[in-house]
Design a protein around this ligand. Sequence first.
Ligand SMILES: Cc1cc2nc3c(=O)[nH]c(=O)nc-3n(C[C@H](O)[C@H](O)[C@H](O)COP(=O)(O)O)c2cc1C
Length: 196
Amino acid sequence: MTQPLDDQALDTLFRKARTHNGWVEETLPEQVFRDIYDLMKWGPTSANISPARFVWVASPEGKARLAELAMPSNGEKIKKAPVTVIIGTDMDFPEHIPELFPHNPGAKDWFQDPAFRESAGFRNGTLQGAYLMIAARSLGYQCGPMSGFDNAAVDKAFFGGTNVKSNFICSIGHGTDENLFERLPRLTFEAANQVV
Ligand SMILES: Cc1cc2nc3c(=O)[nH]c(=O)nc-3n(C[C@H](O)[C@H](O)[C@H](O)COP(=O)(O)O)c2cc1C
């Protein structure tokens, strides 16, 4: 039986975890990106398709390139964050099914319909983006997710020659209180849930 996490862990992951806009100036080693990936990869996806692809934009040149393609306010944050991850969805994800679902390689054919392939890819890739944020928080980092950028331009600049489509981006590092907004309310259980 697994045990529930303690209060400190729940605060770290959810209750006190915030969306950060300011960052401690630091360089994060690639090992940190690997550690976050090696946790998040265990989050479930349908038929284990694992469609998300990640670009860790950590160099000054990469940050400048990404910042230019984002809303100005987001661009400033990208330049200051130690790293901003582009979370993309590989719409050619079925190619990996024989490797990822070896007991049923024919599952590749379940995704032949382009509309179904796209919705399955987007759904599962988005979930993996959320797993990435929880993994980063679990390892003591904070996140700043953003969708205010030019997706088509980012696809061209960072995913050229592939069928990967950008979903959202997420800065990661040690967050500061700079420009931290007041915590916004959330819907009550009554407003957002039904028990049937
Ligand atoms: C997918 C996604 C896209 C977002 N896009 C932006 C954005 O473009 N710019 C921005 O300043 N904040 C953006 N946010 C931040 C949200 O406004 C913020 O996470 C939300 O208000 C909750 O804040 P909290 O985590 O501090 O409670 C985005 C968040 C998510 C999850």
